[in-house]
Design a protein around this ligand. Structure first.
Ligand SMILES: NC(=O)c1ccc[n+]([C@@H]2O[C@H](COP(=O)([O-])OP(=O)(O)OC[C@H]3O[C@@H](n4cnc5c(N)ncnc54)[C@H](OP(=O)(O)O)[C@@H]3O)[C@@H](O)[C@H]2O)c1
Length: 327
């Protein structure tokens, strides 16, 4: 697998660090500004820097494109990459809505290319530890999670700017940015909820700056809090009749993992020296190199379920993206 990188934001730098751990080579980079693309190329010793996306896509020295662009641009760039015959690794959240999701996978199937979300959760050793210990909780009676992190881009918003993460054109908002991790975990553990209700505080741009997401399951509710204008006690807890699984920290990392029951609290954390990016990339590399269709389809189905919950949640909160207006 050889990669061409779309975008030079913080996340593309994180990609470079994680891909070094996963043993993945990157060859070229694109940014709309040549100076930024060239600075990125130089920093990591890549072969080519582009400010022309068509030329970037035609470069046959890489077979896979990493889409490190704002949410609202994922679909456009991923379609271009698939059309050019590349596999695609796409940032979370997968895209703006289910319509784009279906369009993207139709193109991936037509071109017989891999299209995989950089989800960060499913490959995490601590997520696997939760899966292993889940049966020890007995009957699950409640789930709650809080991912609240004050965004420096909120200050920019307050100063009159519209950063991508707070733009409906770019499919932004707290749910798409932070809640996607919590939804991913809950859906991966418990499947699709019977009902989804999202109550939000909106910015003038129309996106959610904070909100409460309720996911109803038979026998329990999952309550998810997200906020980008405050710091919270970030955690996730799965409470059961025999014991509870608690992660104290960001739900995207699931660290400080413990099991709580009548005997007290015991550490059940896995060995997890890297962030989720590296583990996901290792798994993606394995899927592509071993042509592992079972693992590929499992990830694809999970991405679809997450996208479905995000769409339903936004509908209940009347959050409308530019992408929702397109037929
Ligand atoms: N940032 C994080 O910590 C983080 C963590 C996990 C996942 N992600 C995901 O990574 C993706 C990118 O997020 P981000 O916060 O890094 O986005 P960003 O900083 O707003 O932009 C990332 C890249 O996209 C380019 N870009 C922005 N707007 C553009 C436009 N209108 N046309 C063409 N290029 C444009 C930027 O170029 P310029 O430099 O020229 O603006 C930059 O190279 C999102 O899907 C996000 O969910 C981000």
């Amino acid at each position: 697998m050889k990669v061409g990188i779309l975008g030079t934001g913080d996340i593309s730098h994180a990609f470079m660090e994680a891909s070094a751990i996963a043993g993945i080579e990157s060859v070229a980079v694109y940014n709309r500004s040549f100076e930024k693309a060239e600075a990125f190329r130089e920093k990591y010793g890549l072969v080519e820097a582009y400010d022309n996306v068509e030329w970037f896509m035609q470069d046959n020295r890489f077979d896979t494109v990493y889409v490190g662009m704002p949410n609202g641009l994922h679909c456009t760039y991923a379609l271009q990459a698939l059309e050019a015959g590349k596999n695609v690794i796409i940032e979370k959240p997968f895209c703006a809505n289910l319509r784009e999701f279906n369009e993207l996978y139709a193109k991936a199937d037509e071109k017989k290319k891999y299209l995989i979300e950089m989800d960060r959760i499913l490959s995490l050793p601590n997520f696997k530890a939760i899966q292993e210990h889940l049966k020890e909780t007995g009957f699950v009676s409640a789930v709650s999670a809080n991912y609240s992190k004050y965004s420096r881009r909120y200050d920019a918003y307050l100063a009159g700017e519209v950063p991508n993460v707070f733009s409906t054109d770019m499919a932004g908002g707290a749910l798409m940015d932070l809640g996607v991790y919590e939804v991913n975990i809950i859906v991966a553990l418990f499947g699709m909820p019977d009902k989804v209700i999202y109550r939000v505080n909106k910015l003038s741009t129309g996106v959610d700056i904070a909100g409460d997401l309720l996911m109803e399951y038979p026998g329990f509710h999952a309550n998810v809090i997200v906020a980008k204008n405050s710091y919270g006690n970030c955690h996730m807890i799965i409470q059961g009749t025999d014991g509870s699984i608690l992660s104290e920290g960001w739900p995207s990392v699931l660290d400080n993992l413990s099991f709580i029951d009548h005997q007290g609290k015991k550490d059940i954390a896995a060995d997890q020296p890297y962030d989720g990016f590296a583990y996901t990339l290792m798994d993606i590399k394995e899927i592509v190199e071993n042509n592992d269709m079972d693992a590929y389809m499992a990830r694809r189905n999970q991405s679809r379920r997450v996208m479905t919950v995000l769409d339903t949640a936004r509908k209940s909160a009347n959050i409308v993206f530019a992408a929702d207006w397109q037929a």
